[in-house]
Design a protein around this ligand. Sequence first.
Ligand code: FAD
Length: 285
Amino acid sequence: MIKELFSENKQILSFEVFPPKKEEEFANAFLVLDSLAGLQPDFISVTYGAGGSKSKKTVEIASYIQNNLKINALAHMTCVGSGKEDIDAVTAQLKEANVNHVLALRGDRPPYMCDEQFNSRHFPHASDLTGYLNSSTDFHIAGACYPEKHYEAKDLDSDLLHLKKKCDAGAEFLITQLFFDNHVYYEFLDKARSTGINLPICAGIMPITSAKQLGTTVSLSGSSVPKKLADLIATYGDDPAEMRKAGIDYAIEQILDLKIHHVDGIHIYTMNKPKVAREIVSAIR
Ligand code: FAD
């Protein structure tokens, strides 16, 4: 069980991967996973489409991690476009595949979803999905959290009160949205603890290896870009090799500082790039 690893008094190392879009890409995805497995992470999480239509691919990749690589697989599951029956169906597939850890998420509103559908969704929030899974399955459940607040939340205080509901509904540990400024994370951690959120929290780190990737990442995550990272992009953005090195060094520096501050875990958003993950892991171990 992943939650037990936290109490063994060590810092967890975990990775996030995404499933391939097409069937013919699975062979390569398995090679990526083999390579990541060589870095001996404590768990690997697998993303899920917000609408749930590609859930089988998440199950297939999570199954490979759990059964072939013998590493804890954490399957993401979103509920924004799902009713109880859809969630039950994915639950059955995961159980069949021997996958017992789930990251319960609401998911972003898919572009095709009209206001009426969005406003009448069966599970309004991730805490509702967490509560449902907690009462209807024996999954070990994790939740997402946002050091710079979720983009829909009025402020961090209200977002943290909602996060507390997710914890009370049965989450066993949390993983943060990616962030580039550790001070933002330390402040979030202080506030979370004083809100009564005492679960282990894995700090989400994404290595930025190109200027284009930073643009996409920031627009999707809403994470702020500190001056130091903006300066790196300005200096190395036009030189792919130098930018890659500078981005990896930035992530290594962030992680080393987090480790000194005794964070519970480091979760690397690998973007399915095992070479980048390898360079980071060899520098931080
Ligand atoms: P929630 O916890 O439901 O929060 C969403 C908003 O609702 C917040 O503003 C919160 O403050 C508010 N809220 C929560 N509970 C209540 C309540 N009871 N009353 C009123 N307001 C409330 N997306 C994917 O599609 N697939 C993935 O695989 C995926 N993986 C992710 C992994 C991580 C680690 C993270 C951080 C995010 C991931 N996402 C993924 C993105 C996520 O789905 C979106 O950020 C989504 O908009 C919110 O999901 P949530 O589970 O955090 O939602």
